[in-house]
Design a protein around this ligand. Structure first.
Ligand SMILES: C=Cc1c2[nH]c(c1C)Cc1[nH]c(c(CCC(=O)O)c1C)Cc1[nH]c(c(C)c1CCC(=O)O)Cc1[nH]c(c(C)c1C=C)C2
Length: 490
């Protein structure tokens, strides 16, 4: 059959696949993206609301982007190619938003600043176990199991108090997940690999310092120009994270705008894929959607959540066991500078969840944007413990969630001022939970897809990483793989 590509899912990974494909393939090859909702961009969503003549930006999903590593580079290259470089706002390395991170523990918010002095003399519970753990880590034996929970890894290699506080808080901030169930190997793969490689994270870090410059010298790619390289270098000198001045929604909107100009790209919204029929020799996939004629494609890239993909391909039924967490996102705007502290925000570890009524953390959004007149914060709640605190996500009481968020603002930050504006979103099933043993499900999928020799690929948060940058890089890699499989020279 003549070459054609279908992309399933219009989140950032799907959009990135379409954009990179459109750059790689000749214009005669059709590219069709199927998205079941009317919105492209997945969880990236921004709303500009006006209250009392003041404009307030609310973010429903990710709000900042890291600019380090290969995924950060891939994101910056795409941003630059879309002409969005001037819309990026860097969060200076010297700013409170970049320097000050807090953890809520023992009924108080504590600054996390692990200097040797603080580790030795501070009585703050956030440092408990770090010094002892750091010293003993180099002597703890390598684990022979093929996976373990994040909590276990930190308790075993460092100290159980560090697992209870730091590891649990990080699992909340990244995955809204339970550190006692999440897989260390799949969730924090580089640390897991460091132990496997060198027997200790401390020893591996010391070795890494020596070899890093060689590794970096080998990296180069076809998407990078002299201009984008100097753009990235300039940004990296002043910042470690960036945001968009008009909100994160600007990013997928610009990709969509660019794709709509290409004559061979069709972006189909409100198109739920109901069935995939794989045919062999020559490979093709028939895609069935609700209410439309089936259509055939030589190549398919799925950027769907694992639960949806498992319904479409019965051979991947195992994927239905990957759970997703629901996060209540409460955006709040206050008419003046109401925060008693400055910084990125704070995270709440597991042992404090009952005290906060299910609040996992609070982000000080106005700080990242350098906006000090209106305070914007986001309370994140629920996650893996959503049903315990808020019941069924489909019927959760929004007023009760707002009350919990305002109580957190009052009890944890001392903010009693009524918000100028608020918004509550229940982000259902937004983050996959990479539980202990997740790598086996992934390798099983990869084995099964191998049979299709690059004609069917799966990418997305559950397999290629949960951050926006991971989605951009995975889309680019999938596009290159399709091009290679069509014998197009890269
Ligand atoms: C909807 C809630 C989300 C929670 N985590 C993520 C989302 C979208 C995804 C995520 N958050 C972070 C990372 C790692 C850093 C990266 O590579 O970008 C990922 C993949 C870190 C992070 N956590 C919070 C923020 C604001 C950030 C920076 C990146 C971003 O803007 O998402 C705060 C936070 N996120 C969640 C909770 C419960 C929480 C608590 C304050 C869940």
């Amino acid at each position: 059959m003549p070459p054609s590509v279908a992309i399933l899912g219009g989140g950032i990974a799907g959009l990135s696949t379409a954009w990179h494909l459109q750059k790689l393939l000749p214009a005669k090859i059709p590219i069709t993206l199927f998205e079941q909702s009317s919105h492209f961009g997945g969880w990236m969503e921004s709303e500009l609301v006006t209250r009392d003549g003041r404009r307030v930006l609310f973010e429903g999903g990710p709000r900042t982007l890291r600019i380090v590593g290969e995924p950060g580079k891939a994101m910056l290259e795409l941003v630059h190619s879309l002409g969005l470089a001037s819309s990026l706002k860097s969060v200076p390395k010297t700013s409170p938003a970049a320097r000050n991170r807090y953890i809520y523990r023992g009924g108080q918010i504590h600054l996390l600043n692990p200097t040797p002095f603080n580790l030795l003399f501070s009585r703050s519970p956030v440092y408990a176990g770090i010094l002892r753990g750091g010293v003993r880590e180099a002597f703890v034996r390598r684990n022979s199991a093929d996976d373990e929970s994040v909590w276990n890894f930190f308790a075993r290699r460092f100290d159980p108090r560090m697992a209870d506080t730091l590891a649990s808080a990080i699992c909340h901030g990244v995955f809204a997940g339970n550190s006692k169930e999440m897989s260390m190997r799949s969730s924090f793969g580089s640390m897991w690999a460091a132990e496997q490689r060198s027997g200790s994270l401390v020893r591996d870090t010391m070795k890494g310092v020596i070899t890093r410059s060689e590794d970096q010298a080998q990296l180069s790619n076809r998407w990078s120009s002299h201009e984008t390289a100097s753009f990235q270098k300039r940004l990296q000198q002043e910042a470690s994270v960036v945001c968009f001045d008009q909100g994160m929604g600007r990013f997928p909107a610009a990709i969509v705008q660019d794709l709509r100009k290409a004559s061979n790209v069709s972006l189909l919204g409100n198109q739920e894929v109901t069935k995939l029929e794989l045919q062999e020799g020559p490979f093709s996939t028939i895609i069935h959607t609700k209410g439309n004629q089936p259509s055939s494609f030589s190549h398919v890239v799925s950027a769907l959540p694992s639960t949806q993909l498992s319904r479409l391909l019965p051979t991947l039924a195992n994927l239905s066991h990957i759970p997703y967490t629901t996060v209540a996102v409460v955006n709040l705007a206050f008419p003046s500078n109401v925060l008693p502290i400055r910084g990125f925000g704070y995270l709440v570890p597991g042992p404090e969840l009952d005290a906060t009524g299910g609040v996992l953390g609070c982000i000080f959004d106005s700080e990242s944007h350098g906006d000090l007149e209106i305070t914007r914060c986001t309370i994140m709640a629920g996650g893996w413990a959503f049903s315990k605190y808020f019941g069924d996500p489909t019927t959760a009481d929004h007023d009760a969630i707002l009350e919990t968020a305002l109580r957190a603002m009052r009890d944890q930050l001392g903010v009693t001022v009524q918000p100028l504006s608020s918004r509550i979103l229940i982000q259902r099933d937004c983050i996959p939970q990479l539980l202990v043993g997740h790598h086996k499900k992934v390798s099983d999928v990869q084995d099964k897809l191998q049979e299709f020799q690059g004609h069917v690929q799966a990418i997305g948060a559950w397999i290629t990483g949960v951050s926006v940058n991971d989605g951009v890089l995975a889309g680019r890699t999938a596009a290159e793989q399709v091009a290679r499989s069509m014998n197009i020279e890269l």
